[in-house]
Design a protein around this ligand. Structure first.
Ligand SMILES: NC(=O)c1ccc[n+]([C@@H]2O[C@H](COP(=O)([O-])OP(=O)(O)OC[C@H]3O[C@@H](n4cnc5c(N)ncnc54)[C@H](OP(=O)(O)O)[C@@H]3O)[C@@H](O)[C@H]2O)c1
Length: 323
């Protein structure tokens, strides 16, 4: 099978198209013929081995995984003996970030709990664009952020995958939603349902005097004190990711802050694919839109990754693989 393979850390052009053996499913695995995959922050960091903490986790000198690609959609081609939920021909999608990755290839094997059935009518491109960002948004807003009906919510880094889905989830709760991103993306944010938009290159939302019940952050590039300033009493600040030093600060001072201010600082530890049923229901009731950048062919993954790194994309970068 064709796969885009990582042999060493470096810029995206170290990724090479190679011919690999088609994988065979173990007893508890499903073999998926991949139709679409996406580019995530995860791939960008893994390929470059930066921040260096990635090398501690995934190989000091050489990357341990050769085929990246966390989100996939495709058709089940074969199943292992112990697989009970799927059969050949099923259209499936999922986030393989805890299942060994492997989406940058024509076939991938994954345990069945890393996959869900695609609802009828959903395209492979849309399905691939959903699981990672949708679970971060859902778990950030609902499980950790405890969003309540009619609250004021701000999403920082609103023009990425998490923000695009986050606004649609927040709207289901009747929230008033503000999105923060760069000027060229603000019109698109409005069209996706944000009530208010802020250009981060011009205005600092933590100094505007406005306060929010819930802030969902995909960037975490400020000290916790800045976010606290922008929270209502009892407000919650929830981060899904960002600068490592800022995340460590949030982790350390979060418990102290809640004790003394009544405000909360929390970090989302993603549980991949936990609530894909929720996403399917949103799709079935016509409440789900996805903004796709591309799709690009498998061979253009290095360029697509570079595009991601240079932040030239709008929405989720999707790669189509077959046929
Ligand atoms: N918690 C977990 O378990 C877990 C697991 C996996 C991933 N993650 C994290 O989840 C996040 C993924 O979010 P995503 O997919 O939505 O990211 P994304 O697609 O990269 O989008 C981020 C958005 O933020 C914008 N941005 C850049 N600098 C900004 C600033 N200073 N202020 C406001 N916005 C800014 C970007 O626009 P421009 O760049 O064009 O300016 C982009 O539109 C990442 O931080 C990732 O590390 C967390």
């Amino acid at each position: 099978m064709n796969a885009v393979v990582l042999t060493r850390y470096g810029s995206p052009d170290v990724l090479q198209l190679q011919e690999l053996a088609k994988p065979e499913p173990k007893d508890d695995q499903v073999l998926v013929k991949v139709h679409a995959t996406t580019i995530n922050d995860w791939d960008w960091c893994y390929v470059r081995g930066k921040p260096y903490i990635y090398r501690l986790m995934y190989g000091l000198i050489k990357p341990r995984l050769r085929v990246l690609g966390a989100e996939v959609s495709g058709i089940v081609e074969a199943v292992g003996n112990q697989v009970t939920n799927f059969q050949p021909g099923d259209r499936v999608y999922g986030d393989l970030s805890e299942a060994g990755l492997g989406g940058f290839a024509e076939y991938v094997c994954a345990k069945e709990d890393a996959l869900a059935r695609m609802p009828p009518g959903m395209t492979f491109e849309m399905a691939a664009a959903l699981p990672h960002a949708a679970m971060l948004a859902l778990q950030g807003l609902v499980d950790v952020g405890r969003i309540q009906s009619g609250e004021s919510v701000l999403i920082n880094g609103a023009g990425g995958g998490v923000g695009m889905i986050g606004v649609q989830i927040a709207k289901r709760f009747g929230a008033e939603v503000t999105g923060v991103d760069r000027a060229p993306k603000l019109a698109m944010l409005k069209s996706m349902g944000f009530d208010h938009v802020v250009d981060y290159q011009r205005d600092d939302f933590t100094r505007s005097g406005r306060r929010y019940d819930l802030i969902l952050d995909t960037r975490t590039n400020r000290p916790p004190s800045s976010y606290l300033r922008a929270l209502e009493p009892n407000g919650r600040y929830v981060t899904v990711g960002g600068e490592v030093s800022r995340l460590l600060q949030a982790l350390c001072i979060g418990p102290i802050v809640s004790r003394f201010t009544g405000k909360h600082i929390r970090i989302v530890a993603l549980k991949p694919n936990k609530d894909l049923g929720y996403v399917n229901r949103m799709f079935e009731t016509n409440e789900l839109k996805v903004v796709i950048d591309g799709p690009y062919p498998l061979i253009e993954i290095p360029q697509a990754l570079q595009r991601f790194g240079e932040a030239k994309h709008v929405g989720k970068i999707v790669i189509t693989i077959a046929p």
